[in-house]
Structure formats: C-alpha cells, structure tokens
Unconditional design. Structure first.
Length: 95
C-alpha cells in the first residue's frame, strides 16, 4: 500500500462540554425560564405536564421531567412538545 506524501492534515478540534460555552449556558437558562414561565401562566405543575406529555406519546416521569427542566439542555422538539401539552399555540411557519 502506498503512503501519501505531502502535507499532513490537521487534527480536528477536541470536543468540549456544551455547558462550558458561555453562550450555551446563557440560552439554557433562557429556555428553562421560558418553560417555567409558560407552566406558571397555565397553572400547570410538573406532575400534570408529565401526564399531558404522556397522553401525547412522550413517555417521561415527573422526576425525569423535573431533572430535564432543571438541566435546561433539552432540544427544540421537546420544548415544542411541552408548549403543545400546555396548549400554547406557537405561530406556524409559512409554507
């Protein structure tokens, strides 16, 4: 097998913890605050939100939901599921 001669390729950067980046930590705090505010406005506690999510097919325990909200590192799909479970209508994107 022939070996390549020429410049060596640089190694890719090492992955770092997402939370170590200040901008990510800032937005994780914002998304936690948004979800907690929405829950408060609707008068829905963690247990009730977990039940509503379960009825939608999102299986999560109340404890798991509390942990997920506390960490704040959840994806957009989960946030949208929570908003739907809270009966919050987000404006649809134009097609």
């Amino acid at each position: 097998m022939k070996s390549r001669s020429g410049p060596k390729r640089a190694l890719p950067p090492k992955a770092g913890a997402r939370k170590a980046t200040p901008i990510n930590a800032e937005y994780e705090e914002k998304v936690k605050a948004l979800l907690r505010y929405a829950m408060a406005q609707k008068g829905v506690e963690i247990d009730e939100l977990a039940k509503r999510l379960g009825r939608m097919g999102v299986e999560i325990s109340a404890g798991g939901l509390a942990n997920k909200i506390s960490r704040g590192g959840f994806g957009g799909a989960f946030l949208l599921q929570c908003m739907e479970a809270l009966d919050i209508n987000l404006a649809p994107l134009p097609r």
